[in-house]
Structure formats: structure tokens, C-alpha cells
Design a protein around this ligand. Sequence first.
Ligand code: ZN
Ligand code: ZN
Length: 145
Amino acid sequence: MLRGNFQRNTRQRQVILEELRAIHCHPTASELHEMVRRRLPRISLGTVYRTLDLLVRLGAVQRLESGRGQARFDGNPDRHHHVRCVGCGQVADMRTGPSKQARRGDQQIGGYEILGLRVEYIGICPACRDRMPPDERDRLRREWR
Ligand SMILES: [Zn+2]
Ligand SMILES: [Zn+2]
């Protein structure tokens, strides 16, 4: 029975990783669950959560934490920058990032040893820009200034 479980878990892990690597929209666990269910109709949301935890620990997947809203997941484990929409929470990759002023280990800021730099841009995605009333956009611009 153990062997059966092991094979099923391996298959689930494979499908979850494949689905996540095939897209670039950084889904939440429940969004990913919807996608994976097309191939594994009986998989539970709990299994998706557990598998994502494991893949993050293995370094195959990145978890993108956010102050508000649910964590999102990235099938690209390489370091890169992100932009997050304040309207819908969608996260996209950014090709360029700010220059690294504090380089790993060689500078201290406020008593902290700097281990790295992770920056997230905040923006409004094209879809939200189209449907957002102009005064809402102005309010958000002031909030993030
Ligand atoms: Zn948006
Ligand atoms: Zn990314």
C-alpha cells in the first residue's frame, strides 16, 4: 500500500510542477488546484497545499508572500522581480529590477546583515486599468506614492 501511495504522490507532484511551469501567472494554491483537477480530477486542495509546501522546501518552486491576500506560487525558482496588481492581485514577472545597492554580505543596513534583495513592484494590470474608475486609480496612485 505504501508503494501505491508513493507512486500517487510522485505523480501528483509531477503534474503540479508541470502545470505551474507551463504558465506565468503565479497562481494561488486554489487557482492551481482548478488547473490540476483537469488532469487529476480527484486531487484535493489540501494535497495541492502540501505538495506546494514540499516543492518550496525542495527549492523547485517559489512562494510569493503578500501582506494582503493569499500567497502565490512561481514555477520558476530562479531569482527574478515581480510586479503585483493592486486591483486583482495578479503577479507578473519583471525583466529588470533595481540595482543592488547593498551587495550580499558586504554591507550592513540598520544593524542587519544583508543576505539579499527582493523587490516587488506594485502596479495596475491592463485589465484592471480598463475597468477601474479614474478616481479609484487616482486614489491608488496617491496611496502608493
Ligand atoms: Zn489587475
Ligand atoms: Zn515569477
